[in-house]
Design a protein around this ligand. Structure first.
Ligand code: ASP
Length: 313
């Protein structure tokens, strides 16, 4: 099947990204990372890789990039420790895997995939997720691997002020951070997949789990409808079953992707939550709505052109 079926979108989080505080050098760093990671993922996709492989590999690259809130460079909890959440879903089979509050797995998204493919479970949490990764020979890393000086400083500041915050929150220098990561893809066979990975929210309670590893909240993929990866204030995304909401609107009401995404996000906003999502539907439409100031993202649509964006323009 022709590579015309291929579509890709990745994100590096949505939030208050203050334009004035984002220096040209910092902006160039973010744009460069999104460009490089999306280009590598796109090359694999048009070479025939499955959507599932491509979203996993793109999220692994995003996890390794220290400015994004996932893997190395993830935000820290109230103990100053990174607790990592990730999920992945295969639209072809409607199978999914996820881990929550893991502390020693270098690539949470790959452990999530292993949970999907090598266990009878969907979600493993805490020490159990770390033990599963070790048992299956997946790459481990000591807790210190995930901590950067910037994230440690953010956590101290949030703790001093008694706040639990999104990593772009205005109490920080907004130029210093970017968020949760995710990828959605449609492959040459027309199959969809989605993956999401995060450190969650700065200074979160130990053991707090957000939307990202919850199938139906942070991630959904189903060939007949769409693939979705969300980012934002996780509690509100959980309460809106955001990713499944987008799917359900398409599958049950015949809505198009843009209106399904906007309506689902409106439910998050109704509760006071902000954030965004990236999505690709079964027809190859791409949508990247957000109700925050910006969302780090890159897309490749039907024209094969890679577009990187942070703000609306
Ligand atoms: N949704 C993530 C969480 O609440 C945070 C983010 O997207 O930046 O854990």
């Amino acid at each position: 099947m022709p590579e015309q079926a291929c579509r890709l979108a990745i994100h590096g989080g949505a939030g208050v990204i203050d334009r004035a505080a984002l220096t040209p050098a910092r902006e160039a760093e973010f744009r460069g990372a999104l460009q490089w990671i999306a280009a590598a993922a796109w090359a694999r996709l048009v070479a025939g890789a499955s959507a599932l492989d491509v979203v996993e590999l793109a999220v692994r690259d995003l996890e390794d990039f220290p400015l994004f809130n996932a893997g190395h460079g993830a935000v820290l909890n109230s103990d100053g420790v990174a607790e990592l959440d990730a999920s992945i879903m295969d639209g072809r089979t409607r199978r999914a895997g996820a881990i929550a509050a893991a502390r020693t797995t270098r690539h949470p998204v790959s452990v999530a995939r292993a949970v999907m493919e090598r266990s009878e479970h969907v979600l493993l949490a805490g020490g159990g997720a770390d033990r599963f990764a070790a048992l299956h020979g997946l790459e481990l890393a000591p807790p210190a691997h995930f901590i950067t000086a910037e994230r440690a400083a953010q956590q101290r500041l949030a703790a001093e002020r008694g706040r639990v915050t999104l990593d772009h929150d205005a109490i920080f220098n907004p130029a210093d951070k970017a968020g949760t990561v995710g990828a959605v893809a449609r492959d040459a066979q027309g199959h969809l997949a989605a993956a999401t990975s995060t450190g969650g929210m700065t200074n979160k309670h130990v053991g707090r789990v957000g939307d990202s590893p919850i199938v139906g909240a942070g991630t959904w993929a189903e060939d007949a409808s769409c693939a979705v990866s969300a980012t934002g204030h996780g509690e509100y995304f959980l309460l809106s079953a955001l990713a499944h909401e987008v799917h359900a609107r398409i599958a049950l009401t015949g809505a198009d992707l843009k209106s399904a995404g906007a309506a689902a996000l409106a439910r998050v906003a109704e509760l006071g939550g902000s954030g965004g999502l990236i999505a690709i539907d079964h027809r190859g439409e791409i949508a990247t709505p957000y109700n925050s100031e910006g969302m780090y993202r890159a897309t490749v649509g039907a024209d094969g052109v890679l577009r990187v964006a942070i703000y609306a323009d």
